[in-house]
Design a protein around this ligand. Structure first.
Ligand SMILES: *[C@@H]1O[C@H](CO)[C@@H](O)[C@H](O)[C@H]1NC(C)=O
Ligand SMILES: *[C@@H]1O[C@H](CO)[C@@H](O)[C@H](O)[C@H]1NC(C)=O
Ligand SMILES: *[C@@H]1O[C@H](CO)[C@@H](O)[C@H](O)[C@H]1NC(C)=O
Ligand SMILES: *[C@@H]1O[C@H](CO)[C@@H](O)[C@H](O)[C@H]1NC(C)=O
Ligand SMILES: *[C@@H]1O[C@H](CO)[C@@H](O)[C@H](O)[C@H]1NC(C)=O
Length: 452
């Protein structure tokens, strides 16, 4: 009696401590490991809805040892990239949590830090093949235990994107989906498809490029390739090495933060198929007819809604721009301006939209000097930093970059704003005089179709 009374709580406590300690952590290495180099080890950390913050280490040998590893559920593998200092990735916890929030799956974080942490990048590249072979064996075992390959989604970051590609190729492209987040460029650029990620590696391959001029891969690798901000310099990232340590990885890492935001569904980034980023900024690629009622593809996790049409097109390059920080999404409008000045005018345009509660969205169209010509429609792409659901007022400002003696005027016959979300009716205004560098605010009215 005495023993039972006192031992039971002690036992319970022991079990709880054991449970608390049984959360498996991502391998934390330090710079000295990265300098010496370590052999490849592939730790598989399972997260499920049963406990989204506590990982279980999966056994490679016996897949039925873990009651929560349910092979009737879909599985999402998250595969990190090169870890020059050996530290765990900062986005790990957020990514597993939001993935579980969106999908009742087995989230398997592939911890190949032993292998990825090496000051010698080329050694880590070599290790991608060993890691891929190890994962292939594990996924084959999953299949033998009843998992369906088409319910497997691999999310690979940087080197991890190519690992996903190798695994996919080993399994003859039967895996459901591979998402490549800024696939690594160095040593992979120029290689044939079997030596890198390519569209035949899975039933559907979607890729995000955020650092094509440095650590990322420039050419398309999937069925759809997203190039936010042209895929090079991401807004909000330091432009020179003098700005600090994040200079090297900021553009590259942005890919993970953009994908995370698409999982959160805070807002959407619509992306437009185009032959180049310049053409896109010029507003020449806003036609989304080929995608039917769904419109142009929305970047991120939910791109599978466009899967059928994208597979038909085989490879599609799409562009969008982002804000400097979260929320990254922007809202697009077609901005059409017709002037009646006798002479051609060149300059830039800033458009602001004001909502009910005084909220304000800004689009600055200044990627190049815009040309305005008498009685000719100049069609521009206005990308606003946020969405205004009900636009009450609009302001326009014309500038030429001339600060000392602003003297030009833009005599606008008509300006028309059309939301590319197609939810709202176009907004118009007729007869507005813009003096250089002076903002003019007005209430938009509905457009007169008959006149133009
Ligand atoms: C998840 O596991 C941790 C550590 O064992 C524990 O503290 C937490 O309460 C668990 N959460 C749930 C929902 O079981
Ligand atoms: C994969 O790696 C794990 C741990 O690093 C090891 O235990 C397992 O045997 C490997 N599997 C294969 C098929 O090499
Ligand atoms: C695998 O693990 C389960 C559960 O722990 C056990 O019942 C089974 O015997 C193991 N199988 C092998 C081959 O070790
Ligand atoms: C495994 O998942 C399936 C599908 O979600 C579910 O129906 C089944 O009950 C689960 N099995 C266990 C043992 O939790
Ligand atoms: C989970 O998803 C819901 C609905 O999409 C959202 O409101 C909530 O903030 C999400 N939670 C996390 C932790 O992402």
């Amino acid at each position: 009696m005495f023993l039972q009374r006192y031992l039971a709580p002690v036992l319970l406590l022991t079990v709880q401590i054991y449970k608390a300690r049984s959360c498996h952590e991502f391998t934390d290495l330090d710079l000295s490991d990265a300098i010496i180099g370590t052999d490849v080890k592939v730790n598989l950390l399972l997260y499920t809805r049963e406990n989204a913050t506590c990982a279980t280490l999966l056994s490679h040998a016996n897949l039925s040892t873990h009651p929560h590893f349910n092979l009737s559920r879909p599985s999402i593998f998250v595969i990190h990239g090169y870890r020059p200092t050996g530290s765990p990735p900062v986005w790990l916890r957020d990514l597993t949590e939001v993935l579980l929030n969106r999908s009742d799956s087995n989230i398997i974080v592939v911890d190949w830090n032993h292998g990825a942490a090496n000051v010698n990048y080329f050694k880590s590249v070599e290790n991608t093949h060993k890691t891929a072979d190890n994962l292939t064996a594990f996924i084959k075992a999953m299949k033998d235990n009843g998992a369906s390959l088409s319910s497997i989604h691999m999310i690979g970051i940087s080197l991890g994107a190519h690992i996903s590609g190798f695994v996919g190729a080993n399994l003859n492209g039967a895996i459901g989906r591979i998402t490549g987040l800024d696939p690594a460029g160095p040593t992979f650029t120029g290689k044939p498809p079997d030596a890198r990620l390519d569209p035949t590696d899975a039933q559907f391959v979607d890729v995000l490029h955020t650092d094509i001029d440095s650590l990322g891969f420039r050419k398309p690798l999937g069925h759809i390739d997203f190039y936010p901000n042209g895929g090079t310099d991401q807004p909000g990232c330091p432009k020179t090495i003098l700005s600090g340590g994040s200079y090297l990885k900021c553009d590259h890492q942005r890919s993970v933060f953009l994908f995370l935001e698409s999982l959160n569904q805070r807002c959407v980034s619509r992306a437009f198929p185009c032959s180049s980023y310049e053409e896109f900024l010029d507003g020449n690629c806003i036609n989304c007819d080929r995608f039917g009622a769904a419109g142009c593809p929305i970047f991120g996790y939910d791109i599978t809604a466009w899967k059928d049409v994208l597979l038909e097109l085989y490879q599609t390059k799409v562009y969008f721009t982002t804000n400097e920080q979260s929320p990254f999404c922007r809202t697009n409008y077609k901005v059409e301006v017709m002037i009646w000045n006798k002479k051609v005018r060149w300059g830039y345009l800033t458009v602001k939209l004001y909502g009910d509660g005084g909220e304000e969205a800004v689009a600055t169209i200044d990627h190049k000097q815009l040309e305005f010509k008498k009685y000719t429609v100049t069609s521009l792409l206005g990308q606003f930093d946020k969405e205004i659901s009900s636009v009450k007022k609009v302001s326009l400002k014309f500038s030429t970059g001339n600060v000392l003696k602003p003297t030009y005027k833009l005599r606008i016959l008509r300006v028309r704003l059309t939301s590319l979300e197609q939810k709202h009716r176009p907004l118009c205004r007729y007869d507005v005089l813009l003096e250089e560098n002076k903002e003019v605010t007005f209430k938009p009215i509905s457009c007169e179709e008959s006149n133009f």
